[in-house]
Design a protein around this ligand. Structure first.
Ligand code: NAD
Length: 445
């Protein structure tokens, strides 16, 4: 059992906290957000993740996890202190390290004995050295700084943390490596996943390389899809045709309306910036970003094939979160699509199983309408745009959908439905990189 402190109790910090507690550690989570700390202390999750509530409440009851805003208490508690702080993009695309470095300035004075400070945030090359220098300026107590990037996927965060496919530990200290390896052993002993140890710089860059590669796969398949539209091919055949090759693989080859979320867009930007800072023009990454930016407008382009003027049209939206099984709307493609619809004076009626509160509070307020369920937003709609592939949309009663709409126009930004199914169901159906079906079904008001 280790005393662990997590500073920053968001998606990564909270998940890491409950998972470290679940395997028997004594965890104290620190956050500057008082209301978050109050809710979490009562066992109320502040984000939506499968199994989070259960793990949170069980470990609170067992006395293995607590929450506080008191940084001093946090530094005194943990022999290992994880920094899971935000590193949002600055205006120039570089990662903003102010949260990480601010906390680093506060840690030193409270250190009492050897402590490991772990960077779990995604941070540019050289950050561990900056954190070390910042802390060393205010203390003589021995400490190590370790780079331990996190690879969990939102929506599957608990599952990923409890059984990661690899753990990356970047350190130059034998002592820190031993303690970190012990901490992670319970998570890898069942699935045999490797604990990869490396120098700090390589560990920092590994996280960016991983996310940039995933983004590259997505932009690549989106470009293939766009080419399919022009030559009359079907991207579904192509992605299976290439994915069957184990050198390529099926993952991250689903075409859509572009990647979003709090990680891929920001990490791609940051990698471009890190490269530029070191005098290197990372050309592939620049193209990946441009393709992704353009892809977000794909639903509007497809919609325009039916309605040249969107003014006054009622457009129903299914899905706001950047991906299913999360309430996270950071950099969600749906937000860009809705902004474009509003700019064209369309009337937007949206539904999402988890993300509507966030969209109402942080983005569109009452500029759009929110439905109580996925069917309600369809009444007299001129078109339905499916923007996030939640399971409940896959399970939709298509007859019911069609009957409620003014015109059965469905733009599927995630290729959720089969084109044959949609033709039979009587829709005019457009998807990404697959032939249009049911042109004759459009009803022009
Ligand atoms: P988040 O915004 O959800 O959480 C950050 C938390 O830190 C917030 O609760 C905030 O209140 C708190 N905070 C800010 N300043 C603080 C301070 N001075 N003291 C204490 N708490 C403070 O962010 P996140 O999604 O958990 O991401 C954290 C880091 O992990 C980022 O670098 C991100 O790139 C990386 N990461 C995220 C994911 C993901 O899926 N979200 C996956 C891997 C890595």
């Amino acid at each position: 059992m280790t005393n662990i402190t997590i500073i920053g109790t968001g998606y990564v910090g909270l998940v890491a906290g409950v998972c470290f507690a679940e395997v028997g550690n004594d965890v104290l989570c620190i956050d500057i957000d008082q209301s978050k700390v109050e809710k979490l202390s009562q066992g109320i999750p502040t984000i939506y993740e499968k199994r989070l509530k259960e793990l949170l409440q069980r470990n609170i009851r067992a006395g293995r996890i607590r929450f506080s805003t008191n940084l001093k208490e946090g530094v005194h508690h943990g022999s290992v202190i994880f920094l899971a702080l935000p590193t949002p993009p600055d205006e120039d695309g570089s990662a903003d390290l102010s949260h990480v470095l601010k906390v680093a300035t506060q840690i030193g004075p409270y250190l009492r004995s050897y402590t490991i400070i772990v960077n779990k945030s995604t941070v540019p090359v050289g950050t561990a050295a900056k954190v070390r220098k910042t802390i060393a300026a205010t203390t003589n107590v021995p400490f190590d700084v370790v780079a331990n990037p996190e690879f969990l996927r939102e929506g599957l965060a608990i599952e990923d943390f409890m059984a990661p496919d690899r753990v990356v530990i970047g350190t130059d200290s034998e002592r820190a490596l031993r303690i970190m390896t012990d901490l992670y052993r319970p998570f890898v002993q069942d699935n045999g996943a490797p604990i990869l140890t490396m120098d700090i710089t390589s560990a920092e860059l590994t996280k960016y390389a991983a996310n940039a590669f995933l983004a590259t796969k997505l932009s690549f398949i989106n470009e293939i899809a766009n080419l399919c539209d022009r030559v009359g091919a079907n991207v579904d055949h192509i992605r299976v045709g290439i994915g069957a090759d184990p050198r390529i693989g099926y993952h991250y080859l689903l075409p859509g309306i572009g990647y979003g979320g709090s990680c891929l867009p920001k990490d791609v930007k940051a990698l471009r910036h890190i490269s530029a800072e070191h005098g290197y023009d990372f050309q592939v990454i620049r193209a990946v970003e441009t393709v992704n930016y353009n892809q977000r407008q794909k639903p509007i382009e497809l919609l325009r094939a039916t309605y040249s003027d969107l003014r006054g049209r009622k457009i129903a939206i299914w899905g706001l979160a950047f991906k299913p099984d999360t309430d996270d709307i950071r950099e969600a493609p749906a937000i860009s699509v809705i902004a474009a619809l509003l700019a064209e004076q369309a009337r937007v009626y949206a539904y999402d199983p988890q993300a509507m509160d966030n969209v109402r509070e942080y983005v569109f307020g009452d500029k759009i309408h929110y439905g109580n369920n996925m069917y309600e937003v369809l009444d007299n709609a001129d078109a339905l745009l499916l923007l996030t592939e939640w399971q409940e949309f896959r399970d939709a009663d298509l007859d019911r959908v069609r009957r409620r709409m003014a015109s059965p126009v469905l733009i599927d930004g995630r290729n959720v439905f089969g084109i044959d199914t949609m033709e039979k169901a009587g829709f005019y159906y457009r998807s990404i990189g697959r032939p249009p079906v049911g042109v004759g079904n459009v009803i022009h008001a």
